[in-house]
Design a protein around this ligand. Structure first.
Ligand code: NDP
Ligand code: 2IT
Length: 450
């Protein structure tokens, strides 16, 4: 069994899908020793099967903008793997959404969801719709039109979507309202719902909080802690905001944040008061991050998408938490981090580091956590929301938070144990890929060739 053959086949079968091929390449390289040790997994082609979506739905979304013009978008749901539970994963609304992007996200989600210990399969969906500059009514009409088709393909026991880039509390509300109207039922078909209509406390905070809990575990492993750590954070959306909040809780200092236009560097730290301003700016006023620099008189730099590196990652710090989007840390960025003595990189976003970037970090001994492990707190808490919906009751904030802390510790320890077992001590990437794979592979093996 030659892993290069599997990768070649993936490349041949998925031309023009660079993001999916990238995610596949990273996992395939890690799984080879598992296939060698378990020839039955190889014979049953379990990895090849995981690389093929169980179902990929693509649909037209037609809606009317405020001027009465007809708008046409493309919507998708990738139902990647249901071996260990119903499909579960977010919806992304962003102009860059393509089948390649959603397949990479759905593929990563299989492993991430398996690591949480909660029975959830992998899925992802979204649309090439850009919520930026749209009115509330336009966003609502788009969500209703999107759900008109998506509702045929999801249910509380089949596929449970949630938020991702461009899909937050507002969008989940509109999507849920549309589903309820179409199906004439109130069910836990989406997670990230509002408190008071089926949502779970802490779900909003969970991805960012979970990321920093994971980093805290990594630091504890090295007899260190978050206290006093200078942290670089990218993004200023859901994940970035609550990562910054938890860094503050644990005595660290977050000094950067960004959006797709540029980044701010606030040497004094993004204090709770400044974070409240940032949340209002991004969630309510939907403004640009430059306003933060104008208000607090700190450095702002435009991001040049054509530059060979991002200067945000060239600021001297102890920890880096990329929380914006895929491929935002390249080889040069990783080299800059190494040069500046970066101790830890924890991914809040999905696949924010290129393969070259990961290799630079690992080769230079940077403590690196892959998103599928370190950002799993969001989907894990979605799993807790599902459980509360099934039970028909709610846990307190403290109960959910303490379960989240426990889940992140469990994922951390599971990754380390798998990495150790396969002779790669301390390599969280290999550990996450192997532990996630083995759990799903065993379920597929038991369920026959289907
Ligand atoms: P949001 O939409 O809330 O925020 C996204 C942030 O990233 C914004 O600041 C946005 O800037 C920036 N951004 C988006 N696309 C780009 C781009 N192409 N280039 C530069 N900046 C960009 O999304 P989330 O915070 O929910 O998601 C962020 C990341 O975390 C994604 O990778 C997502 O898949 C991942 N994730 C999210 C989870 C969740 O529960 N929400 C769970 C696990 C992972 P701007 O305002 O200019 O658009
Ligand atoms: O990437 C992710 O894990 C998410 N966007 C959250 C998915 C979920 O179902 O909560």
């Amino acid at each position: 069994m030659d892993h290069l053959k599997i990768l070649e086949e993936v490349k041949k079968r998925n031309p023009n899908e660079p993001e999916f091929i990238q995610a596949a390449e990273e996992v395939i390289a890690s799984i080879l020793p598992v296939l060698t040790k378990n020839p039955e997994f190889a014979r049953l082609k379990l990895l090849e099967r995981m690389l093929e979506p169980e179902r990929l739905i693509s649909f037209r979304v037609t809606w009317l903008d405020d001027k009465g013009n007809v708008q046409v978008n493309r919507g998708y749901r990738v139902q990647m793997n249901s071996a260990i539970g119903p499909y579960k994963g977010g919806l992304r609304f962003h102009p860059s959404v393509t089948p390649s992007v959603l397949k990479f996200l759905a593929f990563e989600q299989i492993f991430k969801n398996a690591l949480t210990g909660i029975p959830m399969g992998g899925g992802k969906g979204g649309a090439d719709f850009d919520p930026k500059g749209k009115s509330n009514n336009e966003v609502m009409r788009f969500c209703q039109a999107f759900m008109m088709e998506l509702s045929r393909h999801i249910s509380g026991r089949l596929d449970i979507p949630a938020g991702d880039i461009g899909v937050g509390g507002r969008e989940i509300g509109f999507l849920f309202g549309a589903y309820k109207k179409i199906k004439n039922e109130f069910s836990g078909v989406l997670t990230g719902k509002g408190i008071g209509w089926g949502g779970s406390l802490i779900r909003t905070e969970a991805t960012g909080y979970g990321l920093i809990y994971f980093a805290q575990n990594m630091l504890h492993e090295k007899k260190d802690s978050m206290k006093g750590k200078i942290c670089l954070v990218s993004g200023s959306g859901n994940v970035a905001q609550y990562a910054i909040e938890k860094i503050n809780h644990l005595g660290g200092k977050a000094v950067t944040a960004s959006d797709s236009s540029g980044f701010i560097y606030d040497e004094g730290g993004i204090t709770p008061e400044k974070l409240a301003f940032l949340k209002d700016l991004k969630d309510n006023r939907r403004g640009r991050i430059k306003e933060y620099a104008d208000k607090y008189n700190c450095l702002y730099k435009d991001i040049d998408p054509k530059a060979d590196h991002n200067p945000l990652w060239n600021i001297k710090a102890d920890c880096a938490f990329p929380c914006a989007t895929q491929n935002e840390v390249n080889g040069k960025d990783a080299s800059n981090m190494v040069k500046n003595g970066m101790k830890l990189v924890g991914e809040g976003a999905n696949m924010p580091t290129t393969i070259e970037g990961i290799n630079v970090l690992l080769d230079n001994g940077v403590n690196y956590a892959p998103g599928k492990a370190s950002n799993a707190g969001g989907v894990a808490t979605s799993g807790l929301e599902m459980t509360q919906n099934y039970m028909g009751s709610n846990w307190t904030r403290e109960e959910v938070d303490s379960k989240l802390v426990g889940i992140m510790k469990h994922i951390h320890d599971t990754c380390l144990a798998a990495a150790n077992e396969y002779g790669k001590p301390g390599n969280y990437m290999v550990g996450a890929n192997i532990a996630g794979f083995v759990k799903v592979a065993k379920a597929m093996q038991a369920q026959g060739v289907i």
